[in-house]
Design a protein. Sequence first.
Length: 119
Amino acid sequence: MSRQLPDIVVEYIRAVNAFDIDAIVATFAEDALVNDIQREIAGATAIRRWLQKEIVGDRVTMALREVVDHHGDPVVRCLYDGDYDKTNLPKELVLTNYFKIRSGKIVSLFIIFNKPSPF
């Protein structure tokens, strides 16, 4: 995994899977932006609250499925699982994580449930 991904993304996934809130928060820049389920979560304090409730609190895990380098920015598809409400979700929930990394920290992370393209 580390050959294809920046170390900070490897650490983010490791920390999520370990439910280690402090280690997850440490992967983000202080002024980072997360977009999760069409909600913008800005800044380390708000990101920590989101992580505590919806990632660590729901015991979310990520299993790497695919890595794409898009002009230097990692795009990571992962199988998600956890104790969250799975109503109306597919049996296997694969979400795409669009990372922007600057100075060794995550400055933005967009988590998207993509639909197949007709093109």
